[in-house]
Design a protein around this ligand. Structure first.
Ligand code: SF4
Length: 300
């Protein structure tokens, strides 16, 4: 997709079809419960980035049970946040959550801030998270754009199979122009269009036969033209630095005491220089702390 003005916007009839579908088929997730606190919603948004909901759910429940408020998390150690992150991946998110909990205590009386600019100023919070928390926790209808929403808009409105590899300014304008004008419907649209992308309009095998907007979808109506851009590949995992870093963090997470250098070597014995590089990166990121006698632990 080029950085051109959008060719069209979602219509009222598209909004109605997606919202009706969502009312019937949206998943009953605990962070969608009206009783869920802004803190619970905030945690769910950070955890759900890059991690499927089924894996997030048990960790989210354990976090809220242990740390029901930002103050409770801030009073614990960052290492415990990393330990409780379990295997959600990208554990820097756990550290940023701990830092943002501390910032909420220091700057916002221990509350998730309502103001969009205040949200954006929290550690680890980017455009997506700030908009999602503003919309879902505080009913401030910001434009929420994740990969699911981008894909739904690319297909239904722009008539292309895939969105651009990275979010463009044109897509952001399209997404904003595609929001329902009514405030409540706009907040629902944020959740519903995301859910449609997660459950029906999936990346590889969209279920067009079950889709509530198949009769309105520009890509479908154009005969599902093939994607013309570069071939899209999933992220590699085996043998990557990410895998090695994951193993090191897992070892430390499962060890009540600091571990020795040889214990760390044992998690990836085949490539000493890769292990060295990954351990150094983890220390740089603050996810691993060197201790006395050449031992290592999660941050205290
Ligand atoms: S018809 Fe197919 S491609 Fe279009 S929105 Fe529905 S699932 Fe996606």
């Amino acid at each position: 997709m080029s950085d051109l003005p959008p060719t069209g916007v979602a219509s009222a009839v598209l909004h109605s079809a997606v919202l009706e579908w969502y009312a019937q088929h949206g998943r009953d997730l605990p962070w969608r419960d009206p009783e869920c606190t802004p803190w619970g919603i905030y945690l769910s948004e950070v955890m759900s980035q890059q991690t499927p909901v089924a894996r997030v759910l048990p960790v989210w429940e354990r976090w809220l049970e242990r740390w029901p408020t930002p103050a409770a998390l801030a009073a614990d150690s960052p290492g415990e946040a990393v330990r409780m992150w379990d295997r959600l991946g990208y554990p820097r998110r756990a550290l940023r959550l701990w830092e943002s909990a501390r910032a909420m205590v220091e700057r916002h009386d221990g509350q998730v801030p309502r103001d969009h600019e205040d949200l954006l100023a929290l550690p680890g919070v980017g455009t997506y998270t700030a908009a999602a928390v503003a919309s879902f926790a505080f009913q401030d209808p910001r434009t929420v754009v994740d990969t699911n929403v981008r894909r739904v808009l690319a297909r239904t409105v722009s008539g292309t199979q895939h969105a651009a590899p990275a979010l463009t300014a044109a897509e952001m304008r399209l997404a904003t122009a595609s929001m329902p004008p009514d405030r409540d419907r706009a907040n629902l649209w944020n959740a519903a269009s995301m859910e449609l992308g997660a459950l029906v309009c999936t990346a590889r095998t969209p279920r067009c036969g079950e889709c509530p907007v198949a009769h309105l979808c520009a890509w479908q109506l154009a005969g599902r033209p093939a994607h013309e851009g570069p071939v899209r590949r999933g992220q590699a995992w085996h043998g990557t630095d990410r895998q090695v870093r994951g193993r090191i963090v897992q070892l430390l997470r499962e060890s009540p005491d600091p571990v020795s250098r040889s214990d760390i070597t044992a998690v990836w014995p085949d490539d000493e220089s890769k292990l060295e590089r990954c351990l150094a990166a983890l220390v740089d990121d603050g996810l691993v702390e060197p201790r006395d006698s050449g031992r290592f632990a999660l941050p205290s």
